[in-house]
Ligand binder design. Structure first.
Ligand code: B12
Ligand code: SF4
Length: 520
């Protein structure tokens, strides 16, 4: 038997980390990373596993030093902390193994600090490593030859995490994405063939989340709709489960923009109670989309704005990813993105400077062209040397764009245009079901009102910026007057908390000279 500790290191501040807004939700992190509870479930029961998420609890190095194996996971925005932790563990004589999205694309990053590394998925290699180590002949590097068969993945051990400290629960329906965007490492590591769990696996995980009293759940798929036909079947099962249980969960996820071309798929998502979908739009310029092979976003069934509106009109909010710094971008890109977003009713938009993640076709091309900054902390926030702008102009334009987007009035005008001013209602799937069930309606509305009041009160009482406090309160009262609905008000109050994070993030971007956070 081995005593195993697996660590999720502290994240650096990032767009989706929501670090500055979490206290208003009474939470410490956005959601539990998928790897920790899954690795615990993959560990044979003869071993003892302890999970430590440094984002919600203290990392006790003395405890780690007593373990036989210490595992570390992490993505790009954790890589420096991963290295610090590994160094400290090595100083204490620990046996350190490292896996996850960062080491999978940057194998040499940890050098001698890792006794073993895991590249890519680990459903087969993790149990194999444990067996081989027990037998005294573990390798130094593991990589699966075949992609994981998702129909055999066990339910994650969320019971080993402090779930009440996270804002969202998490569940994974599928892995992989059929597209081939040039900058994307997801398809390099997880492949282009979407692989989906069986309905029974998914329903069991949803049931576990319900038992753990989660209400907001992020479906952590690379692209939920990679296989539309199969996903429709899954969604029908999720709808049946939601109806049988009284709609306990509200979902958010990530999907490609071709979602807008499939009415049935959008309808099924709405009926299953998906209320937000994060979409990589990247650019409004067809030349940039062509350059980066984002063909699914190119004009065929309408303009980008029309596609976004089609999704929004079903009752789902669109969150967007945008990129500046493509080869075809000139300094006009900032204004065109600003205009597009202002007219798109998208409140949450993550803009990043084009960055080349190791292992991607973009990284290979820019290496050939001699256009990469090899530093681990590039001076201007991205390792890409842009073609038609200098680096200062790119990072300056990026920071100004983010500042304009998260200027409080601009942000809340976008929120209001979507939810307050127009005919759209939040969670229409749940509402249709609850229409003939007054108790169900009442229960959810009461809970939502309470949460809306608590979050708003925290924002008002804990914020020490008077003008922001006034603005948030004014906006919430305005929303309350025009749409007195608990579910909508809860969403609105959460938007205040999210805005505060983005406001803090953009302020940090402005005041930081040299290294910019958040893009690479
Ligand atoms: C869902 C998701 C999110 C969600 C949830 C994030 C979270 N905290 O869990 C949201 C939308 C919030 C998000 C945010 C961000 N994300 Co994200 N996200 C994903 C996505 C699509 C799936 C992640 C997931 O849960 N997968 C399921 C789990 C089970 O898979 P896994 O972690 O890979 O684990 C498997 C193996 O890697 C391995 N393994 C992992 N760790 C370990 C450790 C050991 C010891 C071993 C043996 C094995 C092992 O075993 C597991 C089973 O096979 C990935 C893409 C991807 N497929 O990785 C991007 C991804 C991880 N995100 C990325 C980024 C950059 C971010 C942000 C920084 C973006 C931003 N600027 O805001 C933020 C960080 C926010 C934060 N603090 O959480 C990048 C990271 C790049 C990299 N290569 O490091 C990825 C790869 C996508 C991309 N290219 O853009 N993300
Ligand atoms: S659609 Fe998203 S996940 Fe798929 S290849 Fe493009 S960037 Fe990657």
């Amino acid at each position: 038997m081995a005593d195993i500790v697996i660590i999720n290191p502290k994240f650096e501040i990032s767009f989706w980390g929501f670090e500055a807004g979490l206290r208003f939700l009474g939470k410490r992190a956005n959601l539990p990373v998928g790897a920790l509870p899954l690795l615990a479930a993959l560990t044979p029961t003869e071993h003892r596993v302890t999970l430590i998420d440094e984002n919600v609890e203290t990392l006790d190095f003395d405890r780690c030093a007593r373990a036989d194996i210490v595992g570390i996971t992490g993505m790009s925005v954790q890589r420096r902390r991963m290295r610090e932790i590994a160094a400290e563990l090595k100083r204490r004589g620990c046996f350190v193994v490292i896996g996850g999205p960062w080491v999978s694309v940057s194998e040499d990053y940890f050098g001698g600090l890792a006794d073993v590394i895991f590249v890519g998925e680990a459903e087969e290699t993790w149990p194999r490593f444990l067996k081989e180590r027990q037998a005294g002949h573990a390798a130094r590097r593991y990589e699966q030859t075949e992609k994981t068969d998702m129909t055999r993945v066990p339910a994650p051990r969320f019971d080993l995490l402090k779930m009440n400290r996270y804002a969202f629960g998490s569940v994974q329906f599928s892995r992989g994405c059929p597209f081939q965007c040039e900058f994307c490492d997801i398809i390099v590591v997880y492949g282009r063939r979407p692989r989906i769990k069986r309905p029974a696996q998914i329903i069991a995980e949803l049931e576990a989340l319900r038992t753990a009293k989660a209400s907001l759940v992020f479906v952590v798929d690379d692209n939920l709709i990679g296989n539309k036909k199969e996903m429709k079947k899954i969604l029908r099962d999720v709808i049946a489960w939601q109806q049988a249980k009284g709609f306990p969960l509200t979902f958010a996820t990530e999907a490609s923009l071709d979602l807008a071309d499939d009415d049935e798929l959008m309808r099924l998502m709405v009926e299953a109670n998906f209320n937000c979908v994060f979409v990589g739009i990247e650019s409004v310029d067809e030349n940039a989309l062509r350059e980066t092979k984002k063909i699914q976003n190119m004009r065929r069934s309408g303009t980008l704005t029309e596609k976004v509106r089609r999704i929004q009109d079903t009752g789902m909010e669109v969150w967007a990813g945008m990129i500046v710094g493509f080869d075809s971008d000139t300094d006009a890109v900032f204004e065109s993105q600003r205009r597009f977003i202002a007219g798109s009713r998208i409140s949450l938009v993550m803009v990043g400077m084009l960055s080349a993640i190791p292992g991607t076709p973009l990284h290979a091309r820019l290496t050939r062209e001699g256009r990469l900054d090899a530093s681990d902390s590039p001076d201007h926030g991205t390792n890409v040397l842009p073609l038609q702008m200098n680096r200062e102009a790119l990072s300056r334009g990026y920071v100004l764009l983010m500042t304009d987007l998260y200027e409080p009035t601009a942000f809340f005008d976008r929120v209001d245009e979507l939810w307050i001013g127009g005919p759209l209602i939040t969670e229409p799937g749940w509402r249709r079901f609850a229409a003939s069930r007054p108790w169900l309606r009442l229960r959810k509305q009461a809970r939502s009102w309470l949460e809306a009041v608590v979050v708003t009160a925290r924002v008002i009482l804990q914020l020490n910026d008077n003008s922001l406090r006034k603005l948030y309160l004014g906006r919430v009262i305005g929303a309350l007057r025009r749409r007195p609905d608990g579910v909508l008000l809860r969403l609105y109050a959460i938007r205040c908390a999210m805005h505060f994070h983005l406001h803090a993030l953009t302020r940090q971007l402005r005041t930081q000279d040299g290294r910019l956070i958040n893009t690479y």
